[in-house]
Design a protein around this ligand. Structure first.
Ligand SMILES: [Zn+2]
Length: 171
């Protein structure tokens, strides 16, 4: 499935993930792969300077995938054209044309344990957003900080990984 995508320079930020061919709405784009690590290992890798805060993808309660290339190139958008299903399956939210950048909403994968991270001397990761979409939230933060309407939208449409759907299903 890697031949559906490639990493190249993005207008959003640094490198991005781009479609190599047409991808239909609902189609699997790729599985986001890398080392499966728990929160302690994630904190350790960041402290050790091996990783930037933006590389671990939340896939389960206090579990992360430390993404390999080209998956770690995937940029955030507040108006994304893909989402994570299950744990790490990236699915097209709409039809994607060849050459179009593939983005997902990072907040849909973010439910970090603030206490654990702060106790280790770290800070909860956030990012200023310059995605350019008209509903841009200007900041990428935890799922629980999204406007309630937005949380409900993602839950109702099952456009988030299972651990988020399960935890926030009561909304
Ligand atoms: Zn944005």
């Amino acid at each position: 499935m890697v031949n559906k995508i490639k990493s190249c320079r993005s207008n959003i930020s640094g490198k991005g993930l781009f479609a190599q061919k047409e991808i239909k709405k609902g189609e699997t784009i790729c599985f986001m792969e890398g080392d499966l690590i728990d929160i302690d290992e994630m904190i350790g890798r960041i402290d050790n300077g091996f990783e930037k805060g933006s590389d671990p993808l939340g896939v389960d309660h206090e579990m992360y995938i430390d993404l390999d290339e080209p998956y770690r190139s995937a940029n955030h958008s507040c108006d994304p054209n893909s989402f994570l299903r299950g744990r790490n399956e990236l699915i097209a939210l709409k039809d994607i044309k060849p050459g179009e950048e593939i983005t997902f909403d990072y907040s849909t994968t973010m439910d970090d344990n603030r206490k654990k991270i702060e106790d280790s001397g770290g800070i909860l990761w956030t990012m200023k957003c310059k995605c350019g979409s008209k509903n841009c939230r200007k900041i990428v933060d935890q799922f629980r900080t999204l406007p309630l309407e937005r949380q409900r939208y993602y839950i109702k449409n099952k456009s988030a990984p299972d651990f988020i759907l399960k935890k926030f299903a009561i909304l």
